[in-house]
Design a protein around this ligand. Structure first.
Ligand SMILES: [Zn+2]
Length: 223
């Protein structure tokens, strides 16, 4: 559980006033602890010690992540399903690695963060991966330990950092190898925190192991 220091206080080596002072914590500092009276405390820099509980105020745990659809509702209809088999479109392993939502020929359709999370990766269309994915970015959602790769944006992908569910993170576009050039969102779900190497698929089994149906997953979260 997290606590806030209500005054400047000593972080001690032992749970007693005779314990030596490891560090002086300034009022307002947030610390981790799970004990009473003398709290065993861990600072953000990893320093451990004990503090008097009198000066530590409990902070409630953050609520679970809120979920949002990744595009406006009228477009939230699949134009292509996860693992759809088409060897002409996907000559390498014959299957679609994500889900597609079509833009019905419209431009300026916003893309939304599907949950509270963090943009952990971004690439532009003239990079190595960009040749197929266009301008793209990955949203990592800590609460479920899953990543969402948004592809084919018309302009630069969003900057790295935290985002909230429903924040606009780009526009639907057709940069990269967008099938037939149609404006659409290609969305890929990855288990865990995405690493570039995760997308170097070596087989259909590898695709199935690393990715999941992002559409079904998001729908299961939106009640
Ligand atoms: Zn696609």
């Amino acid at each position: 559980m997290k606590f806030k220091a209500t005054d400047n206080l000593n972080l001690r080596s032992e749970p007693s006033l005779t314990g030596s002072v490891v560090k002086v914590i300034t009022a307002g500092t947030i610390v981790d602890s799970d004990e009473n009276v003398w709290k065993k405390v861990t600072l953000a820099d990893g320093t451990k010690g004990f503090c008097s509980a009198t000066y530590l105020q409990a902070i409630p745990e953050p609520p679970p992540a809120v979920w949002n659809i990744p595009i406006p509702k009228i477009y939230f209809v699949l134009s292509q399903t996860y693992l759809n088999e088409d060897w002409s479109l996907y000559p390498k392993f014959g299957h679609h690695t994500g889900v597609d939502y079509g833009g019905a020929g419209q431009t300026n359709i916003p893309l939304y963060a599907c949950a509270d999370g963090e943009i952990i990766y971004r690439e532009v269309f003239n990079s190595a991966w960009g040749a197929s994915l266009g301008n793209h970015a990955v949203l990592y959602v800590h609460s479920v330990d899953k990543s969402f790769l948004y592809c084919h944006m018309p302009a630069d992908p969003p900057t790295l950092g935290p985002v909230k569910a429903g924040n606009k993170i780009g526009l639907m576009g057709n940069t990269g190898k967008s099938a037939g050039g149609a404006i659409h969102l290609h969305l890929e779900g990855f288990h865990g925190r995405f690493k570039i190497a995760d997308r170097s698929f070596i087989s259909l089994a590898d695709i199935k192991k690393k990715t999941f149906d992002a559409d079904s997953f998001i729908r299961s979260k939106i009640k």
